[in-house]
Design a protein around this ligand. Structure first.
Ligand SMILES: [Zn+2]
Length: 343
């Protein structure tokens, strides 16, 4: 079975609440998710390895120096300026053409895109460890010729762009994995099957033609992240034609998802990449509390098989997937089907 990576430090971060409909609601991206996903690995007799600390270099290939300094220091600076225990912004810039903001409140609004990515004293440590899992999995595929590897990333990453956190995400683990693979492989594809559009990943590679980005997700006309993920977003400059979105009607199930996946696979095959990063959200499940799509456990098996049969060296990066009765089973089904199709 495939190698997997997880660090206990990833349990430390716990953003408590975010704003929905004008009310404070509990953030569903809880440490318990990692326990459930670990229980799935145990069922598959996979013991995840604690990743090494690869330092800032792999992360800095994706994120700006200002943003990394912000994530590391903002909690201390915010507290020193009299802020409460959790960093949450109350103002956001219209654009980013002015000088870099100086006060903690201004920096928080600059780098935190919404209220769902609060920063606590442990956020940086957990986000770093999560990214280290992605680097370890990518290097196992890159350097050891492994056919695939799984990074149990939590907090997730695909809503984080070069210098803006969002949607429970701080460091873009899938993008970091892609940059690691790119050091050996000429062309990379990132396929995002999370319920939500991978807007951070799209933004990071929007002008690139060496990393193809594809995302299958609930239609952003009706669903987070709203402003991105529409079919007409195709990339820009050199990257024009190298970004593909597959927005699905809310409530879509296995058949609609699998049909979109067939179209995505066709584009991947035509691009002929040398390696694949799978941004593996499991929140398209019919049992997920977000309730956007209705993919069954059996459906996740079929999705995994189709992706495995593309036949590329693959880094599977955990994205979303929230506490539900089938979260563990969905990961078991996914990884088992992926590995079976490989053997
Ligand atoms: Zn999601």
């Amino acid at each position: 079975m495939m190698h997997a990576y997880f660090s206990p430090d990833q349990m430390l971060h716990h953003g408590q609440t975010f704003m929905v409909g004008g009310e404070r609601k509990p953030i569903p991206e809880v440490p318990e998710r990692a326990e459930i996903l670990n229980s799935a690995l145990a069922k598959l007799a996979i013991t995840p390895q604690n990743p090494a600390d690869f330092g800032l270099e792999p992360i800095a290939q994706v994120h700006s120096p200002e943003y990394l300094r912000f994530l590391e220091n903002i909690h201390r600076d915010w507290r020193a300026a009299g802020g409460a225990e959790i960093v949450v912004p109350h103002i956001h810039p219209f654009d980013r053409t002015g000088p870099y903001p100086q006060t903690p409140a201004a920096q928080a609004g600059f780098h935190l895109g919404d209220t769902s990515c609060p920063v606590s004293a442990t956020t940086w440590q957990s986000a770093r460890s999560s990214a280290n899992c992605a680097v370890a999995a990518a290097r196992h595929v890159r350097d050891d010729d492994a056919s695939c590897a799984y990074a149990l990333c939590r907090p997730p990453g695909h809503h984080a762009s070069r210098e803006i956190a969002g949607g429970f995400c701080y460091l873009n683990n899938s993008a970091i994995a892609a940059r690691q693979l790119r050091e050996r492989f000429g062309r990379i594809a990132i396929l995002d099957i999370d319920l939500h559009h991978g807007n951070g990943t799209q933004h990071i590679f929007y002008d690139c033609d060496d990393v193809l980005t594809l995302s299958i997700h609930a239609d952003p006309a009706q669903f987070y992240p709203f402003y991105w993920g529409h079919a007409h977003e195709r990339g820009t400059g050199q990257g024009l034609g190298y970004n593909h979105n597959f927005p699905l009607p809310l409530g879509s199930g296995d058949d609609v998802f699998l049909a979109a996946l067939d179209r995505a696979n066709g584009i991947i095959n035509h691009y002929a990449p040398d390696a694949l990063v799978l941004a593996c959200g499991l929140d398209a499940s019919c049992d997920d509390p977000f309730g956007g799509l209705t993919v069954s456990t059996d459906g996740f098996g079929k999705i995994a098989r189709k992706i495995s049969l593309i036949g590329l060296p693959t880094v599977i990066v955990q994205e979303g997937g929230y506490v539900s009765p089938t979260l563990a089973n969905n990961l078991v089904q996914f990884l088992e089907s992926f590995a079976e199709a490989r053997s």
